[in-house]
Ligand binder design. Structure first.
Ligand SMILES: Nc1ncnc2c1ncn2[C@@H]1O[C@H](COP(=O)(O)OP(=O)(O)OP(=O)(O)O)[C@@H](O)[C@H]1O
Ligand SMILES: [Mg+2]
Length: 448
């Protein structure tokens, strides 16, 4: 929380300053309306020192025009653009979380990194967002050839719910874009630049694939790939990239090596042709090791590793805690809903049914989706599908009930059969006792 400006831009009240990038600053902003209407948003404005620079203003306007047309769950959406007091501002959806950069930095400060499953998930989601941007067409259906050009961990946002969104199309360029970069001026972060971007060539989607490949490498290895800054050493490394497979320099699944290597191939003809193909390969791998890995799993890791506060637990009726023992090792507490076991901010008491697993043992407690967390010695989620003792008990009760019904039906049936048998017996005996045989008098001893 750097500053708390008490000011407004247009109809937006500015709250916390989130940070300053190369040319702009971003605030958390609030739009209020009648009847208590309130919406938290992110507002970006050009830094005052650049507000009169026609090229930067032009780029900002271009960003607004481009982003207004981009609608995808993996892209930060732009909801408004305006000017007030001679300055332009861009209003975006508020991503309640942090940049991937902040996440990686926090993990690295503790000597940890993202589990490979989480890394693959984040990058696959970001790739889907980029693929959408790359496929953007004009109203006549002509492809715009949009390239982000500044794909970096700073510009991939991760929400507390585990959503992944690419933002900051500030230097994105479409074919025929009105904003031109001066020849010889490199824009973007050198350490994520493809060789062709560093050579200032015309770019296509594969430049973003390369940059995202570098981000994936850094997620898996837990450190920067290339030297930071704009030194000659950094430029040489970028112009002729030598990227070791992640598993050679870190504990990373070997199967991901081929995907990373293909994404960061120095020659673009050797790379994935589009970000969608990159995303597909990552998802296939992810499906093989952690089927169904999704936002909830990412959110669980972020919360349990202490990287990010979990979203507030939904208010629910008080429910009891169910406890069962599963062996002699580690312990984990798993709320049934939501799938995040909050560490930094525990759920309000009774917010959800909690199932406490004691001593689930290393094998049971390390599903593939959280293998990295387990490696890092962090507490982690045990999938709620394991924690369903009530289903077994319910099944036993149902079985008992059915058996009781069968016994009761059998008993009633048996009783009825018995009664009818007795009745028949009675019927068979009655005539011999009561009906006077026609020759009774003749045979009666009395008469004799
Ligand atoms: N829509 C948003 N919702 C929430 N936070 C955001 C949003 N957009 C940007 N931020 C955050 O605001 C801060 C400043 O963003 P900005 O894009 O200006 O700089 P940066 O991403 O850190 O660096 P750069 O984009 O220049 O590489 C960052 O911490 C970023 O994560
Ligand atoms: Mg940014």
């Amino acid at each position: 929380m750097e500053e708390k400006p008490e000011r407004t831009i247009g109809p937006y009240g500015l709250e916390e300053l989130l940070g300053r990038g190369g040319m702009a600053e971003v605030y958390r902003a609030r739009r209020q309306g009648p009847g208590g209407f309130e919406k938290v948003l992110a507002l970006k404005r050009i830094l005052p020192s650049y507000a009169r620079d026609p090229q930067l203003v032009g780029r900002f306007l271009e960003e607004a025009r481009i982003c207004a047309r981009l609608e995808h769950s993996n892209i930060v959406s732009v909801v408004d653009f305006g000017s007030a007091g001679g300055e332009y501002y861009l209003v975006m959806e508020w991503v309640d979380g942090a940049s991937l950069f902040a996440v990686l930095k926090q993990l690295a400060s503790r000597g940890e990194r993202l589990p490979a499953e989480a890394a693959a998930y984040v990058i696959a989601e970001a790739a889907l967002g980029l693929d959408e941007a790359h496929s953007l067409a004009d109203e006549a259906g002509r492809p715009l050839g949009l390239v982000h050009r500044d794909v970096s961990p700073q510009n991939v946002l991760v929400s507390r719910k585990g959503e992944v969104k690419v933002g900051d199309f500030g230097i994105a360029k479409a074919v025929g874009s009105s904003v031109r970069t001066a020849a010889g001026v490199l824009i973007g972060k050198l350490c994520y630049m493809s060789p062709e971007q560093a050579r200032n060539e015309t770019l296509d989607a594969r430049a973003d694939v390369y940059a995202l490949g570098v981000v994936l490498w850094e997620c898996l290895v837990g450190r920067p790939l290339f030297p930071r800054g704009m030194s000659g050493e950094a430029l040489n490394a970028v112009l002729e990239p030598r990227v070791p497979p992640p598993s050679e320099v870190s504990v990373s699944p070997r199967a991901l090596d081929a995907i990373v290597t293909r994404a960061v191939a120095p020659s673009r003809s050797d790379r994935y042709a589009d970000a969608g193909a990159f995303a597909r390969d990552l998802r296939v791998w992810l499906h093989g090791v952690a089927p169904g890995f999704g936002p909830g799993d990412l959110a669980a890791f972020l919360a349990q590793s202490g990287t990010m506060q979990p979203p507030p637990a939904p208010q629910a009726a008080a429910a009891p805690t169910v406890t069962f023992d599963a062996g002699p090792a580690a312990a984990a507490t798993v709320p049934a809903r939501p799938p995040v076991a909050p560490r930094a901010a525990p759920s309000p008491p009774g917010a959800a049914t909690a199932v406490e697993v004691r001593g689930a043992g290393p094998a049971a407690a390390s599903p593939p989706a959280v293998a990295g967390a387990a490696l890092a010695g962090e507490p982690h989620e045990v999938p709620t599908t394991r924690a369903q003792p009530s289903r077994g008990r319910g099944g036993r009760w149902t079985g008992c009930l059915i058996a009781a019904i069968i016994l009761a039906v059998g008993a009633i049936g048996g009783f009825a059969t018995c009664m009818s048998w007795l009745a028949r017996m009675g019927e068979q005996q009655q005539p011999t006792e009561q009906a006077p045989p026609e020759d009774e008098t003749a045979t009666s001893p009395k008469s004799q």
